[in-house]
Ligand binder design. Structure first.
Ligand code: KIV
Ligand code: NA
Length: 255
């Protein structure tokens, strides 16, 4: 699974991945926010619709943004249903056993739900930063318990983010639904990585769980600067890269 936020990323991702996530990571990856908290339903719908227009074959999962699933069951169903009406096949929401009732209500409305446990970015202020979760006996056991409760509530899959590999392995072995890991070790059923991370297209330091398969940021920046250089030197555009008048008109114009 990877993320896509627009038509270009969706078209690039679609042939190779099983699931495209319209992630609320769009907030920090594309919209310049520090975290995902400012991302709204309106923003998510805007990006979801761009992806849907490309008619991807991959399963489309839309991420429920902060405050779109906390203000009561009715509003949650309205928001999740809105995503499905716009072309998503499922929604994803962050949270532990405290979200069991929410998941049940959505599944009861025929809305498939992917859970998301561990380092859940919408909880950044409670976690005191983006820190690996489940590193103590009590928090590790709680995570396994949460995973089972979310499975029992009807989640069809669980994203496990930022947890020790052993915990990712244990959850994957003991659950019947697939786990999709990100910074959760190699034993999860599937893996998710943000599109721009796989393609090295973000600036700055990379977390441990990221492997960039191309230095996208540098590659694109270099290409753009070569273009600007050619423009300034006057070597772009050439005659061949320009439109011409018919021969008969050429003289009239120059007179
Ligand atoms: O928003 C996102 O990209 C995500 C994945 C990293 C799981 O939630
Ligand atoms: Na997300």
């Amino acid at each position: 699974m990877t993320t896509a936020y627009d038509a270009v990323t969706a078209r690039i991702a679609n042939p190779t991945v099983d699931i495209i996530l319209i992630g609320d990571s769009v907030g920090n990856v594309c919209l310049g926010f520090e975290d995902t908290l400012p991302v709204s339903m309106a923003m998510m719908k805007h990006h979801l619709e761009a992806v849907v227009r490309t008619r991807p074959r991959a399963l489309l999962v839309a991420d429920m943004p902060f405050l779109s699933f906390q203000l009561g069951i009715k509003e949650t169903i309205r928001n999740a249903g809105d995503f499905l009406q716009r072309g998503a096949a499922a929604v994803k929401l962050e949270g532990r056993a405290n979200r069991v009732e929410t998941v049940r209500a959505l599944v009861d409305c025929e809305i498939p739900v992917m859970g998301h446990l561990g380092l859940t970015p919408q909880s950044v202020n409670v976690m005191g930063g983006f820190k690996v979760q489940g590193q103590r006996a009590d928090t590790a056991l709680r995570l396994l318990d949460d995973a089972h409760r979310l499975q029992d509530a009807g989640c069809f899959a669980l994203v496990l983010e930022g947890i020790p590999a052993e915990l990712g392995a244990q959850a994957t072995e003991s659950l019947t639904i697939p786990t999709i890991g990100i910074g959760a070790g190699p034993e999860c059923s599937g893996l998710v990585l943000v599109f721009h991370d796989v393609l090295g297209s973000t600036e700055g330091r990379r977390p441990r769980f990221v492997r960039a398969y191309v230095e996208g940021f540098k590659l694109l920046q270099d290409a753009l600067s070569r273009w600007a250089e050619d423009v300034r030197k006057g070597t772009f555009p050439t005659q061949q890269e320009s439109y011409r008048l018919p021969k008969s008109l050429e003289e009239q114009i120059s007179n």
